[in-house]
Design a binder for this molecule. Structure first.
Ligand code: HEC
Ligand code: HEC
Length: 225
């Protein structure tokens, strides 16, 4: 049942993304992108690993995702006053170059404390199996088995700041289409939560999701390594 829902969602996402296909990252030049990202450093850090958790990490994002989001900020399909001010003069080539630069970096790992482990495990359960009670599909159907994302449209979540993940989930759940072009695809699972649990119930475990770097095999979730 859950797998069927996830497959249906995936099919509709794939169709929607085929129509609004993001700018190709392959046309980007990472060295040029590094130069062009000088203004981004203040919030997203020198390599895209933002030190403050209200700013998303963009280092190591799946190729194409950063350019796609920049285009959406510019067209205001995704509404954010801060980012709107950042993309004003960027051309498609600039976006592709910036995309190539961040995609060439690695998203840094996050570690958790012992008292966060229980919540993180609950988050992992939702990630892997969904939340049948509220018709929430498994996140890994779209975000990949280890949360590494699937290029170009399904963002990496592993290593992302928990506070940012939580803020995005709440934004999707709010139903505000301006929060994300593709909000519909994340929103539908979270809308279901409105029938029962409040945001805390659904988002608290997910927000505590963390991962660590396992040598040689890329990012894995803390409890699976
Ligand atoms: C003053 C702080 C600030 C600066 C400077 C800034 N950003 Fe952002 N950026 C943000 C915030 C805040 C968000 C989260 C927006 C939201 O919640 O929708 C964001 C989101 C993003 C996202 C979406 C990430 C995701 O996971 O969906 C991308 C991509 C991005 N910024 C790229 C850039 C680039 C490229 C630059 C430089 C040209 C830049 N930003 C400069 C604050 C900043
Ligand atoms: C059917 C596919 C699909 C499923 C299932 C799915 N997502 Fe997503 N998710 C997406 C897409 C597509 C985006 C990018 C939206 C955009 O372009 O702004 C996204 C974006 C996100 C973001 C924002 C990331 C960022 O960098 O801004 C978070 C957080 C997220 N998803 C968490 C989840 C969680 C948690 C689950 C499971 C409970 C989940 N998603 C299930 C497709 C999916």
């Amino acid at each position: 049942m859950m797998i069927r829902i996830a497959k249906m969602l995936l099919a509709s996402v794939t169709m929607a993304l085929a129509i609004h296909s993001p700018i190709s990252a392959q046309t980007g030049d990472a060295d040029a992108g590094k130069q062009k990202s000088a203004t981004c450093v203040a919030c997203h850090g020198p390599d895209g690993n933002s030190p403050l958790d209200q700013f998303p990490k963009i280092a190591g994002q799946v190729p194409g995702y950063v350019a796609g989001q920049l285009a959406m900020f510019q067209s205001q399909q995704r509404n954010n006053a801060i980012m709107l001010g950042m993309v004003g003069s960027l051309s498609e080539q600039d976006m592709a170059d910036i995309d190539a630069y961040y995609a060439s970096q690695a998203m840094s790992a996050i570690s958790i404390t012992a008292d966060q482990e229980e919540a993180a495990r609950a988050g992992e359960d939702i990630f892997r199996a969904g939340y049948a009670e509220y018709s929430i599909p498994a996140c890994m159907a779209c975000h990949g088995p280890a949360g590494a994302g699937i290029a170009p449209s399904f963002p990496r979540l592993a290593g992302q700041h928990a506070a940012y993940i939580e803020a995005q989930l709440l934004a999707f759940k709010s139903g505000d289409p301006g929060k994300s072009n593709n909000a519909g695809y994340c929103i539908s699972p979270f809308r279901a939560a409105d029938q029962g649990a409040g945001p805390v119930h659904i988002c608290a475990p997910v927000s505590s999701w963390k991962q660590k770097q396992k040598t040689g095999s890329g990012p894995v979730f803390l409890w699976s390594g």
